[in-house]
Design a protein around this ligand. Structure first.
Ligand code: C5P
Length: 467
């Protein structure tokens, strides 16, 4: 059977449930999880069903323990659950469980969970479809009218890094729905944050992806960069925006960014390419660009306000404004964490080994931002393609959050999830994720041991490669 065909059966099964009983939705706090939740909330509301929603940082025993005590007969796990199937079955027997996920599943054959995951159909959950895409296909099978939610799935996919100057697999089918339905428009442009709304030099100053050396986080550097290119920062008293640049100026800017990043002309083409505009948003709206919308959702989740992100997806203007406010705080924190990273490079807290980097931020970077920091560093061309980054930061609950990434834009044979699983087995804690992005939460007193074991594996991997 084809993956798409599965959804019809699942929707049929879902429609046999008692409609008077409320449903519990549990989703993840990142962009994909929030987009998944927004899609499910919209679809269940449209179906006239009652529900309650919880957004959690990760699925663990504590979450299952509290679910056990709650009266919900039906629970939907979105963007989580596939790695936790046996535990869910152990803890929630007697309930109707739906798992809509895209993470690599645990090797376990569930007895009663309805488990929907692209990996079961030989699709790649890191690029073919994300959790929000899975939730969208489920919603569409429930009711064709839910096609008006396709753009939210695309926001989730962008947040999950599934866009590589275009989409693959089921994502291209979903984007077609979003375009056909008049929700999304695709254009070729410079791909930078704030392009629609911010003045030119601010776009450059706040640019973390791409990271531009001496310009990101440096207003004076950004202005000088433009002046050196003979691009005026102001028109009279008004700051210019990217949209005010002539074609000639735009070309000069793109070339200069690429050169500045690479120090050579063979830069990756990620600076210029497709952008995805949400048609219901005004030109000036900070959430017109789907990439910016995905950052907004990430920010809401990471700063502990996922409800704002969900409301923004559902078109609540007031909540969206509040989310945009939060975004400013988020950007300041990211820039501060990047500054911390640069200050500590090569020192005890940022250990740079052969083919790997160990970052121990302790309390200097918020635990919910350590993944973002690691992703930015991974994509900044600071380290050679394939360098493995392992970052740690303290949580408020006296544990340590771990995030791992692989530098560059290429695929890599190294499996971060495997490494995390191996190390967590020894140190204790919980971990999971994907081959190219994995994470864990470990007891704080095990930090040193975690770093030591990871380093042994990474040195071993380097030796393997040389052989
Ligand atoms: O938090 P971060 O962005 O680094 O997470 C990377 C990946 O690892 C995500 O897919 C996340 O769901 C997974 N992860 C996990 N268990 C954790 C932390 C992260 O499965 N304790």
């Amino acid at each position: 059977m084809d993956f798409i065909e599965v959804f019809e059966g699942v929707a049929k099964k879902f429609n046999t449930l008692d409609r008077t009983k409320p449903i519990k939705i549990i989703s993840n706090h990142d962009c994909d999880g929030i987009a998944s939740a927004a899609i499910l909330v919209s679809a269940l509301s449209r179906a006239g069903l009652k529900f309650s929603l919880s957004i959690v940082q990760q699925l663990n025993q504590e979450v299952l323990d509290s679910l056990k005590l709650e009266p919900y007969e039906t629970v939907i796990f979105a963007d989580m659950g596939s790695g936790y199937l046996s535990n869910i079955e152990k803890n929630l027997e007697g309930k109707n469980i739906f798992v809509l996920d895209h993470h690599k599943p645990e090797d376990y054959n569930p007895k009663f969970i309805i488990h929907i995951n692209p990996h079961l159909f030989n699709l790649d959950g890191t690029k073919d479809v994300c959790a929000a895409g899975v939730c969208y296909l489920f919603a569409k099978a429930l009711n064709e009218e839910n096609r008006d939610l396709a753009h939210i799935a695309i926001i989730g996919a962008i947040g999950d890094n599934q866009e590589k100057n275009g989409f693959f697999g089921l994502n291209s089918l979903i984007i077609k729905d979003a375009v056909d339905y008049g929700k999304l428009e695709i254009k070729e442009s410079l791909r930078m944050f704030g392009m629609q709304t911010k003045s030119l030099h601010k776009v450059l100053e706040y640019s973390t992806n791409p990271y531009i050396p001496n310009v990101t986080g440096n207003e004076r550097g950004a202005i000088k960069f433009l002046e050196d290119l003979n691009i005026k920062v102001k028109d009279g008293s008004k700051y210019r925006r990217l949209s005010n640049l002539s074609e000639e100026e735009m070309k000069r800017l793109i070339t200069a960014i690429i050169l500045k990043r690479m120090g050579s002309e063979d830069a990756p083409g990620d600076v210029f390419g497709q952008i995805y505009l949400i048609k219901d948003e005004s030109d000036e709206s900070p959430t017109r660009d789907a990439r910016e919308f995905s950052t907004l959702l990430n920010c809401c989740g990471r700063l502990g306000k996922p409800g704002l992100g969900i409301a923004a997806c559902l078109g609540d203007k007031k909540m969206k404004d509040a989310a945009v406010e939060l975004l400013n705080q988020y950007r300041r924190e990211i820039i501060a964490s990047l500054e911390w990273f640069y200050k500590n490079r090569g020192g005890l807290k940022v250990k740079e080994g052969k083919g790997y980097v160990l970052i121990n931020a302790e309390d200097s970077v918020r635990d919910t931002l350590i993944g973002t920091l690691t992703s930015i560093v991974a994509k900044s061309n600071i380290y050679p393609e394939g360098t493995i980054l392992v970052s740690l930061a303290h949580t408020l609950g006296e544990e340590t959050k771990v995030s791992t990434r692989i530098a560059g834009f290429m695929d890599s044979a190294f499996d971060l999830r495997e490494m995390i699983k191996k190390v967590v087995k020894v140190t204790g804690g919980e971990g999971g994720g994907h081959r190219l992005a994995a994470g864990a939460t470990i007891p704080q007193e095990k930090e040193e041991e975690f770093l030591k074991l990871s380093e042994q594996i990474l040195i071993g991997a380097a030796v393997e490669e040389i052989k």
